[in-house]
Design a binder for this molecule. Structure first.
Ligand SMILES: NC(=O)c1ccc[n+]([C@@H]2O[C@H](COP(=O)([O-])OP(=O)(O)OC[C@H]3O[C@@H](n4cnc5c(N)ncnc54)[C@H](OP(=O)(O)O)[C@@H]3O)[C@@H](O)[C@H]2O)c1
Length: 326
């Protein structure tokens, strides 16, 4: 295997960095997610190629979770292998996140938001990723049955133990986000970032007041599934390709491609063409046009997809007419 040498021009290749809320952290406007394409079932050579390409273009933020794969844990193992094969010399140039909150191992201690689960899960994640610490650890979802103080204190203690530098939360409802901001601030571990799904098909963080709250309180916001898992690209305009996420069918099901959805994708695709952009590029730049958004967290099954998606960094502004038509 050829030794990886990062591109010397990686910070001059067009990436722009944005401050994450009112913190000291700058994140690339486009970050790379490991949910798909980095599992034990995937081709390691291709996963490696995608991460090399990303890092060479200034994508310094990789996002993982304990149960990304399949099988569960294997995306973190892939990252561990990548650290040894390629990225160890660049550890301090990388911002690596992982999460716990969904089902990970059997029994009552491998799911949700208890102190028991979060702390033992992060210990496992660090071993799989061959890291001493992560830059960012997330509570992956809100747990209505565990006292919020228990989850939040576990997050504070994780930072104090040195196993994570910053804390984030994902998919928490507004009322719980408000509690988290206050609790974490009072315990000297300010919330760095909120991870939520914001894209042209799902505007709920805007509608529910999450984005406003983050903006007011100086918390960063990173959008997951910004391309609606590939719907907001040219992937499904002319049928369902054999090698697409929809063909695999677990998370993006064929029933989701209704006539209404297809009509909306076509309408957006025509708008993008008028802007001389691809639909993916326009969909990502729409998200980034919101001041409170720090980064879009994309997935990619090839370097070509990433190359196209990176164009969003320089996309043009939106007129009010365009925004109304979206
Ligand atoms: N916090 C949470 O609960 C949560 C939930 C979901 C995701 N996430 C995070 O967000 C990351 C991104 O999520 P996602 O993978 O759903 O993001 P996405 O960017 O909406 O979708 C990525 C998929 O779209 C297709 N695609 C991407 N660029 C394309 C292009 N230019 N042209 C055609 N097709 C393209 C590819 O699918 P094909 O396989 O069809 O090529 C790719 O794997 C995850 O990896 C994870 O880190 C977090």
């Amino acid at each position: 295997m050829e030794k990886y040498q990062a591109d010397e021009l990686r910070y001059e290749n067009g990436m722009k960095f944005k401050r994450c809320g009112r913190s000291g952290v700058l994140l690339p406007k486009l970050s790379l997610g490991f949910w798909h394409n980095f599992g034990g079932v995937d081709d390691y050579g291709r996963s490696r190629e995608i991460t090399h390409y990303a890092f060479d273009k200034g994508v310094t933020h990789f996002d993982l979770a304990n149960n990304y794969g399949p099988p569960y844990g294997s995306a973190e193992e892939t990252l561990g292998r990548l650290m040894d094969d390629s990225f160890r010399p660049y550890r301090d140039e990388l911002f690596i996140s992982t999460k716990a909150g969904y089902d990970m191992w059997p029994g009552p201690y491998g799911n949700w938001g208890s102190r028991k689960y979060l702390i033992s899960s992060l210990d496992q994640s660090l071993k799989r990723m061959r890291l001493e610490y992560v830059d960012l650890f997330y509570s992956h979802r809100y747990d209505p049955d565990t006292p919020l103080e228990e989850t939040l204190q576990a997050l504070v203690d994780i930072v104090r133990s040195g196993k994570a530098l910053y804390i984030g939360i994902s998919r928490w409802p507004l009322h719980a986000l408000k509690v988290a901001i206050k609790y974490l601030r009072e315990h000297d571990t300010p919330l760095l970032i909120y991870q939520g799904r914001l894209n042209l098909m799902d505007k709920s963080p805007l509608e529910e007041g999450i984005i406003d709250e983050c903006s007011r309180e100086g918390i960063g916001f990173i959008s997951f599934s910004p391309l609606a898992q590939g719907l907001l690209t040219d992937r499904y305009l002319n049928g369902i390709p054999f090698d697409s996420r929809m063909t695999r069918g677990k998370f993006l099901r064929k029933e989701m491609l209704t006539d209404d959805v297809l009509a909306r994708i076509r309408h957006l695709n025509e708008m993008a063409a008028r802007r001389r952009e691809t639909l993916a590029e326009m969909a990502l730049s729409w998200i980034l046009s919101h001041d409170a958004v720090t980064s879009v967290l994309v997935g990619a099954s090839s370097t070509e997809q990433l190359e196209k998606n990176l164009k969003c960094i320089d996309a043009g502004p939106f007129t009010d007419d365009m925004l109304d038509a979206m």
